[in-house]
Write a new protein. Structure first.
Length: 322
């Protein structure tokens, strides 16, 4: 049935995920939802030096929020920070250099951050699509380490801080590609069979949807959501999916259009009127499975995913420096 899922997803994408889909959906947006002052609230955005992360950080900064940029590359991050400060006039922009594929670094960062800052909203945006199987220094497959384990550790490590905050939220930037994947807990590091970076990425994004649903059940004082930004023209798409980019470049959303729902989930009062744990596209909750796609997982698989990630998390916490 993979051909069916891929075909339905691509047809759906041509209709909804492109710039035209955004322009159609945005006719029903209420601009007042995001015309808010968030001065005094603290936001952390991972992968914030380019693409959707930077666009999100910039729009939050325009609204007066304190923004913590978590980035891997110091030089690019400093350029992004300067751009955000210059364009918004907001001086409350802070930079943290963390490699989200390195669990020990995440733990070290999170423990220090909790002692020095408050946090109202976490935006898990950092991600990667590595098209050949590559291992990190810890022996973890790079896509899994960044997209799944990194997101898991960053979130769970900061949950105690978020639980102290008013109107706490966690938003994870996923992908509509997850619709073609059923959760597979038997090969989390993609070591069996041929390696397809696009499908590994889609599997990671399915895992993020499951994480969000599980966190929503476990932490009732925090509003969790996961979203699909549509197909946007970002540096990551250009570098990771060059053929797709060449085919679709005239129809792709802008970075700001891709970031719109992230911003809405992060700042609007309307977002938290909806239940925690939902998957969003263009400010609306949407299904996490295609019709007839057989991508639903038994509850025990979802619980097993959480158990395995927690084991990894604690292993790296025990050996994190500092």
């Amino acid at each position: 049935m993979s051909w069916y899922r891929n075909t339905v997803w691509f047809v759906k994408g041509l209709r909804e995920y492109t710039r035209g889909g955004y322009e159609s959906a945005s006719k029903h947006f209420n601009p007042a939802d995001v015309e808010v002052d968030v001065a005094g609230r603290s936001f952390l955005v991972t992968g914030a030096n380019s693409g959707i992360g930077k666009a999100t950080a910039k729009e939050i900064a325009r609204r007066g929020g304190t923004v913590h940029l978590v980035c891997r590359n110091k030089e690019r991050a400093e350029v992004a920070k300067e751009e955000i400060v210059t364009e918004t006039g907001n001086q409350n922009i802070f930079l943290h250099i963390v490699d989200i594929s390195n669990p020990k670094e995440i733990w070290k960062f999170a423990e220090k951050f909790q002692n020095e800052h408050k946090l109202n909203v976490l935006v898990n945006n950092a991600g990667c699509m590595v098209n050949n199987r590559e291992l990190t220094e810890d022996g973890l497959e790079k896509n899994f380490a960044t997209n799944t384990l990194g997101t898991y550790i960053m979130t769970t490590a900061l949950v105690p801080l978020l639980e102290k905050a008013a109107d706490a939220r966690v938003i994870t930037v996923s992908s509509g590609g997850m619709l073609v994947q059923k959760l597979n807990i038997s090969d989390l590091q993609s070591g069996n069979g041929p390696f397809d970076g696009t499908m590994v990425y889609a599997q990671n994004k399915r895992q993020q949807v499951v994480l969000t649903e599980q966190w929503a059940k476990a932490h009732r004082n925090i509003h969790f959501s996961v979203m699909h930004p549509g197909w946007a023209d970002t540096p990551a798409v250009r570098s990771s999916m060059p053929d797709f980019y060449e085919r679709m470049k005239n129809s792709l959303r802008t970075e700001a259009q891709g970031a719109d729902t992230v911003l809405w989930l992060a700042v609007s009062a309307e977002a938290t009127k909806l239940p925690s744990g939902l998957f969003f596209q263009d400010r609306q909750p949407v299904p996490t499975h295609l019709p007839l796609a057989y991508t639903h997982s038994p509850p025990e698989d979802e619980e097993k995913l959480m158990e395995v990630l927690e084991e990894y998390s604690q292993k790296f916490k025990s050996i994190s420096p500092g």
